[in-house]
Design a binder for this molecule. Structure first.
Ligand SMILES: [Zn+2]
Ligand SMILES: [Zn+2]
Length: 468
């Protein structure tokens, strides 16, 4: 028989875990994970979006055992096992956890990037790069992002945070990390460890080997590399069995990266140039190699913030930051339209729509990523903003959701993620109402977050504490 426990009941189960184990928030995650390995959790009553580009199922049930989904479908056809913890999702939508194919956890959306790293080093500051990454990881998870690819940061800290999350020591999305950008020129104002500067293709290959041995999952090749650099980097990465993501805007960079065999072309669609040549776009689409537009990060975020500066004081956003970082963040926004990050904004806004439309109309395989952490592009809302742009420019909400879940899982090389089907890892979010036919913006207020079968947020309330 059905054992329907109220949401309050679920919370009290978690509360009793707190009492039983009397541990810090850090150890609680693994305590929950262990407790839930032998437990069955059921989400039932809401609309189900599977991530498979098929129509949603109304009044659906998902059964989770340990970390995996064991059943999903119409409530009338899915039996709820005895003893299951049941979360009522009636009137809401259940869908795969979101995946961000381009995040930066060592940044938090400060008004200027160099200013952020200066602030961290100021007198009396208590946040290491690793602590910042923990904060971003928590913000992402609370916003429904259950997996992410970190495409640029400090290798040691990125690897450590990834490993601690996967061991259940700290809450966060399952991560793949690139460590430093492989580049011809270091980035002023960023930590030195975030750039791996090369002077030749040979050095490019050596850097890739070194980063692979250190433990990164992917390589991020930055624009400005030579054509031979890309070939050397891709060859070394593929020899080690890892993918290369290229940061490319201009047609020549895109072409060089593509010809060299780069696995994912990042940033196409936010270049601030006229559209790409038809030949290049057709070649990319035919190849079925994924592109990630990161369309919103400047071209929409700037004008959207001009229209509604209040988004920078959003109370939900505020609730996801420690008080001192929030105060510094507010300070950093004083002169934001003048920041050099937005120097090319007129061009970027002028060309944004034709570019994005060209790539959508090409039917190229599309993942979804944000470049999160860049100015005013928060880990908390960046991904939904990006998804909204893709819908406004012509994709259907179901297509965009599938791109953000199923296609991004493919980019990560994780076939057991990205859809809600028996056998897959249980990464599931619940959002209010109907994000498909009514309003995709419902994704901004994720109510429930399940990752690996563990409930990290329920009824809009985090069940794991913000890192301090
Ligand atoms: Zn990039
Ligand atoms: Zn980036």
């Amino acid at each position: 028989m059905m054992n329907r426990i109220s949401l309050a009941g679920c919370l009290s189960v978690v509360a009793s875990l707190f009492r039983i184990f009397a541990l810090t928030a850090l150890a609680l995650v693994s305590a929950q994970a262990m407790a839930q390995d032998t437990r069955t959790t059921v989400l039932t009553g809401g609309m189900l979006i599977s991530g498979l580009s098929v129509p949603p199922v109304h009044n659906a049930t998902i059964v989770i055992q340990g970390e995996r989904i064991v059943a999903a479908g119409p409530a009338a056809e899915v039996k709820i096992p005895a003893g299951a913890v049941v979360i009522d999702t009636s009137g809401q939508t259940m869908m795969p956890g979101l995946i961000d194919a381009h995040a930066h956890l060592f940044m938090i959306g400060f008004g200027d990037e160099a200013g952020w790293f200066r602030w961290l080093q100021g007198p009396g500051r208590k946040y290491s790069i690793e602590k910042v990454m923990e904060l971003s990881a928590w913000q992402l998870l609370m916003s429904g992002v259950t997996s992410a690819i970190d495409l640029g940061g400090n290798a040691a800290e990125s690897i450590s945070v990834r490993n601690r999350i996967s061991k259940g020591e700290i809450p966060g999305p399952r991560l793949q990390v690139a460590g430093p950008l492989v580049t011809r020129r270091a980035f002023a104002g960023f930590p030195a460890e975030a750039s791996a500067v090369i002077a030749s293709p040979k050095e490019g290959a050596e850097v890739v080997d070194r980063l692979f041995r250190q433990g990164v999952d992917v390589i991020k090749a930055h624009a400005g590399l030579t054509r031979d650099d890309y070939f050397a980097i891709v060859k070394a990465a593929h020899a080690n069995g890892i993918k290369v993501h290229a940061h490319v805007y201009a047609e020549t960079d895109v072409r060089n990266a593509f010809d060299a065999g780069v696995d994912v072309l990042q940033h196409m669609g936010s270049a601030g140039f006229p559209t790409y040549s038809a030949d290049l776009v057709r070649t990319i689409a035919e190849s079925n190699r994924p592109i990630v537009l990161t369309a919103a990060h400047r071209s929409w975020i700037f004008p959207d913030t001009v229209k509604f500066p209040g988004r920078l004081q959003d109370p939900v956003l505020k609730s996801l930051f420690p008080a001192d970082i929030w105060a510094a963040l507010q300070d950093s926004f004083r002169e934001w339209p003048a920041e050099s990050y937005f120097a090319g904004i007129d061009r970027q806004v002028r060309f944004r729509s034709p570019q994005v439309k060209q790539l959508i109309e090409s039917n190229a395989l599309m993942g979804v990523g944000t470049d999160s952490g860049t100015p005013m592009n928060f880990n908390t809302d960046g991904l939904v903003r990006e998804m909204k742009v893709l819908v406004d420019e012509g994709l259907s909400p179901l297509e965009v959701i599938a791109d953000t879940t199923r296609v991004n899982a493919r980019i990560m090389g994780k076939p057991d993620l990205g859809t809600i089907e028996p056998g897959k890892l249980a990464d599931i979010i619940v959002v209010p109402g109907d994000p498909v036919y009514h309003d995709l913006n419902n994704l901004f207020t994720v109510q429930t977050v399940v990752k690996n079968g563990v409930v990290y947020k329920n009824q809009g309330k985090p069940l794991v504490k913000m890192p301090e």
